[in-house]
Ligand binder design. Sequence first.
Ligand code: ZN
Length: 128
Amino acid sequence: MRKADQRNYTLGWYVYQVFYLGFLLTNIFPPKLSEEDLSMGKRKSRAKPATKKRMDKLDTVFSCPFCNHGSSVECRIDMKNLIGEATCGICQESFSTTVTALTEPIDIYSEWIDECERVNTYEEEGAE
Ligand SMILES: [Zn+2]
């Protein structure tokens, strides 16, 4: 009697363990996870960032902040010396700054404009 009881208990324990293990395994590796992976993959491919369309030709000619000529400022980038230069062909005003490989003519021009604004503000403040 006692022996049989123990055997039953052991069998039940194994059955329980097998089910419990199966339960654990389905929790650790559920089919749900692969579904998630799938949808994640879908989402990933859908969320692929659109490559920014680069302008075919970048502006290298700008209006001069000194003589206000529409297209007299030309920006040049000297990659050897990492110097960017903006020069007005009309009034010969020029501005140069250090550049990096990522600098574009518009960056040099806007830096020049910034510099002009700084000087103007300084002069206005200094006049008082
Ligand atoms: Zn000019």
